[in-house]
Structure formats: structure tokens, C-alpha cells
Ligand binder design. Structure first.
Ligand code: E4P
Length: 294
């Protein structure tokens, strides 16, 4: 059962419903799940198909994604399940929005993931106005987080998540957890309509520190949630210290949340690289003649 003093919601990061089942059994609860194209490409059924030398048609792959998502939703009917649109550098806001609308209709508890780019924010702005729930993904900077806040102004609480990717910042020597601290602090000056979902979690240290920093949600892979569950679901105590292994700090910046979203600097090379990897992993599942890009 959920530890009494745990305020942060716990999501599983994965594309395999068997893992969802196993984590619910281990923890006794699960608040939601996040998926992405890479995680879907690692689904065991998809792997078996590729091992047989077969690929999906574009339509069949969407059907497969829907089937995985609806199975997960059946396991956590009260939870949120994040479903990601296909996007590469050429994908327009209109195309993302059309995909998002379809994905949002798959289940009663979907959050649609759009990239934190100009086109992704344009799509999200429309989506939120149309009443959809969104999760802004591939977030790597405080300035991008300010843009998410501005683009979704007027949304109700629970409608908008932002996913800062801590592990990918750590991977290149920057302290990803600083970004969580910075965004949580910046959003305290706002109206609370965007919830911080710590993503790209690689360790129990990330998970516990996210609790301590007051992240609204954390999504973690099966292995990390299993370790947490096996250890009795510990919470950070007063003496908890997060070891940063000599990572470079990401200092807090004073950013005005009142600007138009178009006026923030949205560029980040990890956002671009992340989109490239997600679209490549998705396209690798599809027959070449059906791919959106070669
Ligand atoms: C979840 O929403 C993210 O897509 C995921 O946490 C990314 O994790 P990774 O950096 O380990 O791929």
C-alpha cells in the first residue's frame, strides 16, 4: 500500500503490461504509467515480431499501441496513462494535434505527450483549450518549462504535466535533479496548473530526491520501482542526502512566468536528439514503404 506520508504520485515508465501487473502486485498501488515510442519498440510482442523478420504496417502499429495502452488502462483504471504522438523535425502542430485527438479517445484516462518544441507547444495549446489532458515531454530547461506554463494557462489542475528528463542530463555530466528543483521552485510563483512529472529516472536516488523536492509525480522504470518495493518503499528522511557524483549544477534562473510562450527560448539539443531517437525507434517497427521518413 502507498506509504502514508508519500505525496508524490508513482507512475511506471514502460510499454509492457506484464510489468504493470507485477508492479501493482509488489507495491499494492500504482497511480499511472508513461509510454513512449522507444518503450513500445521494446514491448516483448513487438520484439518477437521483429525477431521473426516481420514489421508492422503504419496502421497496424497504431492498433498495436492502442492495444498496449488499453490493456494498461484496464489495469489502472483510476490512473493516468501517457501516450506519445509521433514527431520528427518535419511534423507540424496540426499533424500532432490530429494524432493526439485520436490517442486521447483511446481511453478515459489518457494524457497525450507532445514534445516541448514550438510545434509541440502549438499543438498543446489547442489541445488544452479543447479539454484534452497533455504531458509535455523532452523537457530539458527551465525556460522550456516556463513556456509550457504559459502555453497552457487556464488549464485545470491535473490537465497538464511536464516531464523533465533527469537521467539524460546526468548522462552528459549535468545534474538533472537540479532541473526538477528549479522548475518546482519557479512554478511555486504560479497558479499550480502544471504538475511536474520527474522522468528519465535511472536510480533509487533519483526517486527519493524527487519525493524530497516535492515533484508531483515520478515515473520510473520497472527495475527502479522493483528496488523501491523490495526495500519496503522507503521515503527520504531528514538526513537524506542526494549524491550528485560530481555532476555540473544547473543553477536556478529568475524567469518571468507572465510572458507569451513564443517569447521563451525553446531550443535544447537534447530535445532535438530525443525526437530523433523516438522517431527512429518508431520507424524501425514499420515496413520501409509505410514510414513517414526514410
Ligand atoms: C517518460 O515519460 C520518458 O519518456 C522516459 O522517462 C524517458 O526515459 P529515458 O531517458 O530513460 O529514455
Amino acid at each position: 500500500m502507498r506509504p502514508k506520508n508519500l505525496k508524490t504520485r508513482i507512475f511506471l515508465d514502460g510499454g509492457n503490461p506484464d510489468e504493470t501487473q507485477a508492479i501493482i502486485k509488489l507495491l499494492g498501488f500504482l497511480d499511472g504509467q508513461t509510454t513512449n515510442p522507444t518503450l513500445i519498440s521494446r514491448n516483448p510482442e513487438a520484439r518477437r515480431m521483429l525477431d521473426r523478420g516481420e514489421k508492422f504496417s503504419a496502421e497496424k502499429l497504431i492498433d498495436f499501441y492502442r492495444q498496449v495502452v488499453t490493456t494498461i488502462c484496464g489495469l489502472i483504471p483510476e490512473g493516468s496513462v501517457s501516450v506519445e504522438v509521433y514527431s520528427d523535425p518535419a511534423t507540424t502542430a496540426g499533424t500532432m494535434l490530429a494524432q493526439g485527438k485520436e490517442m486521447f479517445s483511446w481511453t478515459a484516462n489518457a494524457h497525450v505527450k507532445f514534445p516541448t518544441t514550438r510545434e509541440g507547444l502549438k499543438a498543446a495549446e489547442h489541445a488544452v483549450k479543447a479539454g484534452m489532458r497533455v504531458n509535455m515531454t523532452l523537457n530539458f530547461s527551465q525556460e522550456q518549462a516556463a513556456a509550457v506554463y504559459a502555453a497552457t494557462r487556464g488549464a485545470r489542475k491535473g490537465q497538464v504535466f511536464i516531464s523533465p528528463f533527469v537521467g539524460r542530463l546526468d548522462d552528459r555530466g549535468e545534474d538533472g535533479m537540479d532541473l526538477i528543483a528549479d522548475i518546482v521552485k519557479m512554478y511555486r510563483q504560479g497558479d499550480g496548473h502544471v504538475e511536474v512529472l520527474t522522468a528519465s529516472v535511472r536510480s533509487l536516488g533519483h526517486l527519493l530526491y524527487a519525493f524530497k523536492l516535492g515533484s508531483d509525480i515520478v515515473t520510473a522504470p520497472y527495475e527502479v520501482l522493483k528496488e523501491w518495493g523490495d526495500k519496503g518503499m522507503p521515503l527520504p528522511d531528514a538526513g537524506f542526502a542526494y549524491g550528485t557524483r560530481n555532476l555540473r549544477p544547473i543553477p536556478y534562473r529568475e524567469i518571468d512566468l507572465a510572458k507569451k510562450w513564443q517569447d521563451y527560448d525553446l531550443r535544447h539539443d537534447l530535445t532535438d536528439k530525443g525526437m530523433e531517437k523516438f522517431s527512429a525507434d518508431w520507424n524501425a517497427l514499420i515496413r520501409p514503404e509505410d514510414r513517414k521518413i526514410a
